[in-house]
Write a protein that binds this ligand. Structure first.
Ligand SMILES: NC(=O)c1ccc[n+]([C@@H]2O[C@H](COP(=O)([O-])OP(=O)(O)OC[C@H]3O[C@@H](n4cnc5c(N)ncnc54)[C@H](OP(=O)(O)O)[C@@H]3O)[C@@H](O)[C@H]2O)c1
Length: 249
């Protein structure tokens, strides 16, 4: 399915990024695995070795803070140097904060915008400059964009900015690159549990038709669809949450 393709996946050492990387490698894509924290170096190298031996694809590893211009430029340059071209770029980088707006410090606000917005801006800018013709960009946003709730003001504001940059980039492309967002519902990873209590997690489950959280495995096929069979779709935000929220008409 993805033989002859190459893919950059950020935050690819764990959770959604890792499972997406495995799924793309299984279908034959070469993969650049990005990770952020240096403590993740060993697990990312181990994953790279597994993809090479299990699926016979080229796999390389890149560490970096993608809120910086140099790291993002280096990320795309390394992929092109290693694979000759990049077809797909999937951005999992994100940071969440659940706190009342009145209690958020300026440092927290700036950090949230740096990780969610600056990194996404740099990622999409490099993608338009460096992806191959007919490539695809997928940005991870959140189903909270369709919610009216307390606690997530800055996360919602930041991911909303990602969506609007993505939408506009989709209209401006000169290379027929598709740009789409995927917005999972509350997803069963430590990213969610760091902000939520047991009571609220149980409530989130009741909001899905199947009475459970979104699993990483629910999202991976949607990312695959966007880059492969969904090429006529661009500038969209796919809410993937089994009924948790939906955008207003
Ligand atoms: N879990 C949910 O409930 C949920 C729901 C909707 C949407 N999402 C979105 O889905 C995406 C994946 O989330 P996940 O649940 O799979 O959690 P995750 O694995 O923790 O994904 C977030 C990634 O961002 C990386 N990151 C943070 N700061 C960075 C920086 N400055 N430079 C580069 N990378 C950085 C993290 O690396 P380190 O950990 O090493 O810092 C991590 O790999 C995120 O964009 C998130 O906003 C999650």
């Amino acid at each position: 399915m993805f033989a002859g393709k190459s893919t950059i996946i950020t935050g690819a050492n764990k959770n959604l990024g890792k499972q997406t990387a495995i799924a793309f490698a299984k279908e034959g894509s070469d993969i650049l695995l990005h990770y952020h924290s240096s403590s993740s170096a060993d697990e990312t190298s181990k994953l790279a070795k597994e993809l090479i031996s299990d699926y016979k694809v080229k796999t390389i590893v890149f560490q970096g803070d993608l809120s910086t211009e140099k790291a993002t430029t280096d990320l795309f340059d390394l992929a092109i140097k290693s694979f000759g071209k990049v077809d797909y770029a999937i951005n999992n980088v994100g940071m969440v904060l659940r706190k009342k707006l009145s209690e958020i410090s300026l440092d927290e606000f700036n950090k949230m915008f740096s990780v969610n917005v600056t990194a996404s801006f740099l990622f999409m800018r490099e993608a338009e400059r460096k992806l191959a013709e007919n490539g695809s960009v997928v940005m991870l946003t959140t189903s909270l964009l369709g919610a009216y709730c307390d606690g997530y003001s800055v996360y919602q504001a930041a991911k909303s900015a990602v969506y609007w940059m993505c939408k506009t980039a989709s209209k401006e492309t000169t290379k027929k690159i598709t740009y789409n967002c995927v917005s999972p519902g509350p997803m069963d990873t430590p990213f969610l549990y760091g902000q939520e209590n047991e009571h609220r997690i149980e409530f989130f489950k009741t909001q899905a038709v199947e009475q459970r959280l979104t699993e990483v495995e629910d999202i991976v096929p949607i990312i695959k669809f966007i880059v492969k069979d969904g090429k006529w779709m661009t500038g969209q935000n796919l809410y993937a949450n089994n009924g948790f929220t939906a955008p207003s008409a």
